[in-house]
Design a protein around this ligand. Sequence first.
Ligand code: APR
Length: 263
Amino acid sequence: MVPIPRVGPGAEFEPLRIGRTERVFVLTGAGVSAESGVRTFRDAGGAGFAGDGRRPQGGASIGLWYEHRIEDVATAKGFERDPRMVWRFYSERRRQLPSVKPNPAHQALARLAQEREVFLCTQNVDDLHERAGSPEVVHMHGELLRSRCHSCERPSFVDAAGYFEEPPRCRCGGLLRPHVVWFGEIPFHLERIFAALDKCDLFLCVGSSGAVHPAAGFVSHLRHTGRARCIYLGLERPDNAYAFDECRLGKAGELLPGLVDLR
Ligand code: APR
């Protein structure tokens, strides 16, 4: 039996007390960067939803990303079919990134890491947690400002360049690709992530619709081990709400700064 989660506006909840020795696992999704002006994938105003706020039938495979089909810009097949178009898509995202700034949610999480033991795992490919001052960020879906070879084993490397004409090539002759995890690919750092999940006392998920696995399943994994408090913070009830103890609804940038009581 799993208890029913408490779901309600964030203002109805007490501040979260986090003991000095508690280990905190923070998972962030697109919602944490929404107030910085980065579009989310699946909220009511986002591209993956019908105009009336309903999810389209069929889930991610028919969702749109910035007016593109996911199959075209977020799968290895799409890249192999049209690398130039995929590079234009990610180059445009790279070009926009410097004008996007961290918001109070990123800043609150950076402050939390100064006071408590925090493992910060993000599904986001932006660098806003780093720019807000978070000391270590585990990017399970990769990083927009890195590239790697699509053919050889050369490790990923920092690359902020835009490729709007010819797709770039590796010294081995193969195509370079953005260092991001596409649909059908295995996210990065899963071993470290599950080790941290198994040790945590508090799981705090911020701004993720709970629609994309494996991240969407972290909270259920914790339910089996049973020791961590599991709190969701975001604009609307996520798909995996049933597995949380509490879902505090509201904007991350408004709720997070006052959420944590560190006395
Ligand atoms: N504050 C908090 N939450 C917000 C805010 C906000 N200001 N704005 C939107 N949200 C919530 C939305 O209500 C939604 O539930 O953030 C969530 C964003 O969900 P998604 O767009 O699905 O993002 P995410 O869960 O991170 O997606 C996971 O899916 O498409 C892939 O690789 C992509 O990393 C991404 C993964």
